[in-house]
Structure formats: C-alpha cells, structure tokens
Design a protein around this ligand. Structure first.
Ligand code: HEM
Length: 547
C-alpha cells in the first residue's frame, strides 16, 4: 500500500465519522464521489491481498521441495537469505540432516544459482575419487575465482592442474623442503610467536589469537612458497597491506558465489560494491607478488642460488612450460604464489583458532594434551635442559592425543567448509540423485561433521577420543572426514599442516592456559575459509617457571 492511499483511507474514515455525527461540510455529490473512490481503492487492495495470499499459499503447498518452500520467480532464495542472517553453514547442515544428506537448491529462475548440495560419504567418494574425471572444478568455479586465483592449482583442471600438482608434490616430499619447513617453524614460533604472547601475558592484555596465528602462518607460507619473510608476526603486530588486501580479496570472491553471475559481472564492469574492493585488493596482491618475482629473478641472475634455495617459487622458476618450452610467465608464477598463500595461510591458522576455542570449554581434553606432552618430554635425556624448551620433530610426531584433538576440531570446524565441482557427463550419485551435465555440486564439509548418520548421536560433541584406537591416532576415510579433501586432489600440505599445528599448539599450551575472554562472540565468517568473524580474543595465563 502506498503512503498516499493510506492517507486517503484515514481521511475517508474520519469523514464518515463526521457524517454519522451530521457535521460534514461536504456537498452530497462530493461525499458520494469520495465514498465510491475509497470503496474502489479498498476493493483493489483486497483483490491484491487475496492474490498475494493465494500465490503464497499455493506455492508453499504445491512447491515445497525438500523441506524448503519454492517461491515463484525467486525459488529458494528467501530461505537462503534467512540462512545467511543466522549462520549459513548451520542452515545447510539442518537442511541436509533433514534430507538424509542431499538436496537440490533452486535459485531465482533468471540466475544460475541452482546446485546439488551433498554431505553423503558415498557421494563424496564417487565425486572425489571413483569418477574424479567427471567432476572437475569446472568453468563456473574457474570464472568466479579467476581474477584472484588465475590458473593456480586451486582453480585449475586437467593438464594445468596436473603439472602443478606433480611439481609441488615432488617438492613437498623432498627432504630439503621438509628441512626448510621445520627450521622456519622453529624460528617463527620461538623468535616471534612466543615473545608476542609473552608480552601480552606479562602486560595482562587481551590478544586476538586468530590474528596472531594468521600472521604466523602467513610468514611461514611466504617463507616456504616465496622464500621471503614478510615479518607480519613481530612486536606491535604491524599492519601488512598485502595481508589485508589478501583477506579482502578472498571475502569479496566468496560473495560472487552467492550473487547471480550477471549481477556480479555488471558490478565488476561498473566497479561497484564488493567488486570495487576486489579490484583494488587484487591490485595490491599482484604488486606484492610481482615484486617478489622480480627480486627473485635478479637474485638468481646475480648469484647462482638455484641450489641453495628450496622454496616453491625458485623450483617453478627453474622449470619450463611443457607446451612452449619457455620458462613460466610471470603471470603464471604469480598465480602459483597466490594459490599457495591461500592454501597455507588461511587453513591451519583458522583451524588452530577453533581448536583453542574448543579447548577453553573442554578442560579434560586440555589436561590430557598436557599429560601427553609431559610424558614425551619426560623421556628426554637430561643433558638438554638448558635454554628454552623446543619440541623436536620426533616428539611432535609422537603426540597422538594432540593430533586427535586437532582432527576433532577440524571435523567440527573444517577450514574449508564447503567446496565445489561441476558435472561433465550425465551421471547418478550412489544415493540415486540424478546429475545432469553442467550441474554444479556443492559438498558441504561443515555439515558432514554434524551428521548423526556419519558420526553417531554424539556428533556435535567435541570428543578427541573418537580418533584413538588403543591410545594411537587412527585417521578416518577421506570421504567421511573431508577436511583435507580426498582422492587425487587430497590436500598437498596435510602432513605439513598437522606438523605445523601440533608444533605451534604444543609450544603455546606448554607455557600458557589460553582463556577466551568472557562473552566474546564466536561465529564463522562468510569467506572462502572459515575465519572467526570477530577473531578470538583471549587472555593468556602463564603456567609459571617455564621458558
Ligand atoms: C588445517 C590445514 C589445512 C586444511 C584443512 C586444508 C584443506 C584443504 C582442502 C579442503 C583442499 C582442497 C581444496 C580444493 O580442491 O578446492 C586443499 C588443497 C590443497 N592444500 Fe590444503 N589444507 C590445509 C593446509 C595446507 C597447507 C599448510 C598447505 C601448503 C603450504 C596446503 C596446500 C594445499 C594445496 C597445494 C592444495 C591443492 C591440491 C590440489 O588441488 O591438487 N594445505 N587443502
């Protein structure tokens, strides 16, 4: 109803009141005209209301599919928007639990927001392993993330992907790379992380642990991917423009997935809203990557450093494009670097943040981690007691309970909460869902951790014990626990990530109790990886007398 029609109705009702009182100033013909025109307006309104109610009831009754109302024109979009207001991942989990693990989302008819969402391990195995070639990332995904990720490993299929995977895999499994990662971690944790935490503890100030951990993994991945140290984790926690630009870019890229393609493309063209942010943040990301590539090229020209460096960038610079026989272009090197930063920075840090938050609520789990840690240290020879305690690689590997506690955190809060594939040829999922060529598939990793059918009645509880058999850590099928993906695209950094998380967590827990600040709001943020929306504000309590 328009404001003017509302005013008319008010004035007409008051004039009818005046009429009843016999006090009207209006001539009879004017009065009749007023009455008939208000009558017409009311009738039109009533008809309009009746049509709206009819359409609503009809669509709710007739077209409620998979528990979700399908509205004319806009499909299931209203339900998605309502889900976004609350917590999108919980909304998806609720729908999937009610629909036994698979449902079809239908967006507005004029958009391409239609996809099949699944959390069924049988479908996951089919998707990620058995019929791997029938489910690439696909054109829709590539088009959506192209501006940020280019042709890097996350965004590539077929030979472009295979080439990067093979090279990176050899590198990740080389002794030199393992040595680089272990050494860089000792340096980062002991010379940077612990002093920053000590300062916060000594001064009794709250600290955003997620921010600190993101700085740690950012510096770490830059060291192993680029061979440069950006110094993000240092006293005073300086703002690093590249890190900020990277975060803005990943967030804006995710928004493209929930915006009709035509709309975000128009926004990109007109440089509006999140597209404007994306453009400027990608520019800053590119500037950083280009500078690193230029510097490395100069270094390699001036000195023969090929043998002394073992970072990924140097390895890829030494290779040639199989098709052209030429060295890789700077643009391709930039894509490789940006993809590895995304892979290595935003995953372990957010996983650790959820882990510390869960630990704060589960004292018995923390006690068991400490007990395990002290038993392992107790097996040391006593000639090495001087100086700060630095966990050794073989000790970290023995920490089975800690590994179980981290896996349990990842089960409930996977760093990559949803992932995407596209159907190449018509197919059928093992659960009977028909898949048409070109259909988009979302596999809901977050929801999988909340399925009773997969984990049992206690699926929402934090129980590291479910990962242990006779005290030893036992990994689960990648199609049931998909936090690291599965099949040929299994996370390449999985072993490194566990080592990194265990080393950092043990080094912190050995020295501090991490208390989450009371009433600090903890919610997932809508981004490509599962950041905590408001960070993780904590107070650190020194365990006393430990260096
Ligand atoms: C808790 C930590 C981590 C988690 C939960 C995790 C999870 C994942 C997931 C879900 C994927 C599949 C993504 C996709 O295909 O869309 C993936 C791929 C990948 N991860 Fe990780 N990751 C972690 C840490 C790391 C680290 C530290 C690195 C490297 C420094 C890394 C390197 C990679 C790479 C290179 C891929 C691409 C594999 C491919 O497509 O062939 N990850 N990871």
């Amino acid at each position: 109803m328009s404001p003017s029609s509302s005013n008319n109705m008010t004035s007409s009702s008051s004039s009818s009141g005046d009429l009843a009182a016999g006090g009207s100033q209006l001539a009879p013909s004017g009065r009749q005209y007023m009455m008939s025109s208000s009558f017409l307006e009311i009738q039109t309104l009533e008809i309009l209301m009746a049509v709206i109610v009819f359409v609503a009831i009809h669509s709710l009754r007739q077209r409620k599919r998979q528990g979700l109302p399908v509205w004319p024109l806009v499909g299931m979009l209203p339900s998605l928007i309502a889900g976004l207001q609350r917590n999108m991942y919980e909304w998806i989990s609720d729908v999937l639990c009610a629909q036994n693990g698979t449902f079809t989302f239908e967006g507005p008819w004029f958009t391409n927001l239609k996809c099949i969402v699944t959390s069924d391990p049988r479908n996951l195995e089919h998707l990620l392993k058995t019929k791997f070639h029938n489910f690439p990332k696909g054109d829709y995904f590539r088009d959506t993330v192209q501006d940020l990720l280019g042709n890097g490993i996350f965004n590539a299929d077929d030979q472009t992907w295979q080439r990067q995977r093979k090279t990176a895999s050899i590198e990740f499994h080389s002794a030199k790379f393992r040595q680089l990662t272990t050494e860089s971690l000792v340096e980062l944790v002991h010379a940077r992380l612990l002093p920053v935490l000590k300062q916060a503890a000594d001064q009794c100030v709250d600290i955003d642990l997620q921010d600190v951990l993101l700085r740690l993994t950012f510096d770490n991945v830059c060291m192993i991917a680029f061979g440069v140290d950006p110094g993000c984790l240092s006293p005073g926690l300086p703002e690093i423009p590249f890190a900020k630009a990277f975060e803005d870019a990943t967030q804006a890229t995710l928004l493209r997935f929930i915006t009709p393609t035509l709309i975000w493309k128009a926004m990109r063209y007109a440089e509006l809203g999140f597209e404007k942010t994306l453009k400027s943040s990608i520019k800053r990301v590119d500037e950083f990557a280009e500078q690193v590539i230029r510097t490395r090229k100069k270094e390699l020209e001036n000195q023969n450093m090929n043998n002394s460096r073992s970072d990924l960038l140097t390895v890829f610079m030494g290779l040639k494009d199989e098709q052209s026989g030429e060295p890789f272009s700077d643009k391709f090197l930039r894509d490789i670097c940006v993809n590895f930063i995304l892979a290595g920075r935003d995953t372990s840090s957010v996983a650790l943040s959820w882990f510390f938050w869960l630990l704060d609520q589960n004292q018995t789990v923390e006690d068991r981690i400490l007990e395990e840690m002290h038993t392992i240290i107790g097996q040391r020879n006593y000639e090495t007691t001087a100086g700060p305690l630095i966990f050794r690689a073989e000790e970290v590997k023995k920490m089975d309970y800690l590994q179980a506690a981290l896996s349990e955190a990842l089960r409930l809060y996977p760093s990559v909460p949803v992932d995407h594939k596209e159907v190449v040829e018509d197919d059928v999922f093992p659960d009977g869902t028909k898949l048409r060529k070109g259909t988009k598939i979302i596999y809901a990793i977050y929801a999988m951790g909340r399925m009773e059918a997969i984990w049992g009645k206690d699926c929402r509880e934090y129980k590291p014990e479910r990962w242990l058999r006779e005290g030893r850590f036992m990994s689960e099928s990648a199609y049931k626990f998909t936090a690291f993906n599965g099949g040929p695209r299994l996370c390449l950094g999985k072993d490194f990530a566990y080592y990194q998380m265990k080393f950092a967590a043990a080094s912190i827990l050995y020295r501090y109790r991490v208390n989450v600040v009371q009433n600090h709001p903890v919610l997932p943020k809508l981004a490509l990886t599962m950041y905590m929306k408001h960070g993780l504000k904590v107070k650190l309590c020194s365990r006393g007398g430990i260096n």
